[in-house]
Write a protein that binds this ligand. Structure first.
Ligand code: GRF
Length: 204
């Protein structure tokens, strides 16, 4: 399968996918997917450097370069479509896509979120979980729908919250689980295919 990965920051989830693909054997028992491009909403981030180091084409779609949010959304959709992806993966991509993007990639657009959805959606899931005082949190890989972190859930991983945790420490521990979960899910979606039945995702 052809993957386009969207990033906004350090790109450690992207790196986990790059490493898994590089480590897998070629051919039928391989990972089943390859990254054909990496897109971002901003320049000069480690995520883009990771793609460049791996020799993967990149593109940047900045909201401020477009007159309206809708035009940005269309530009992002077209830049992504140019690589003819089978699956699009948001790995720390921090923008909410719009109607155009979802019209083209809905149902094959996967996001990873550092909390156990539906708890703590949005841009500060780790901070919100910590502030709430939950004893376990974790990460969720889900299909993107027209809400914020509300699409059908594919897989989740649980992470214990420790007394001495601050946001950075907890997020780092979540990301250790998240990277493994994302690599596992993307590989299975690519190799086995899947069905989305209402809120249920079935991977044969
Ligand atoms: C991940 O935890 C992702 O869920 C969240 O931001 C983090 C991105 O990390 N939205 P990285 O850029 O993949 O290192």
């Amino acid at each position: 399968a052809r993957l386009v990965v969207l990033v906004s920051g350090s790109g450690t989830n992207l790196q986990a996918l790059l490493d898994a693909i590089a480590a897998a054997p070629e051919g039928p028992d391989g990972y089943g997917a390859r990254i054909v491009a990496v897109g971002a909403d901003r320049d000069s981030i480690a995520g883009l450097e990771r793609a460049e180091r791996a020799g993967i084409p990149t593109f940047v779609c900045r909201v401020k370069d477009h007159a309206t949010r809708e035009e940005w959304d269309l530009a992002l959709a077209e830049a992504t479509a140019a690589y003819e992806p089978d699956l699009v993966v948001s790995a720390g991509f921090m923008k909410i896509v719009g109607r155009e993007f979802l019209a083209r990639f809905g149902g094959r657009f996967v996001n990873t979120h550092p909390a156990l959805l539906p708890s703590f959606p949005g841009a500060h899931g780790v901070r919100d979980a910590l502030a709430y005082g939950v004893k376990v949190t974790g990460c969720t890989v889900h299909f993107v729908d027209d809400g914020v972190d509300t699409g059908p859930i594919i897989a989740q991983g649980v992470v214990e919250v420790r007394n001495e945790d601050d946001e950075a420490a907890l997020h780092e521990r979540i990301k250790e689980v998240e990277r493994r979960l994302l690599v596992d899910v993307v590989g299975r979606l690519a190799r086995n295919g899947y069905r989305i039945e209402g809120r249920k995702v079935v991977i044969p």
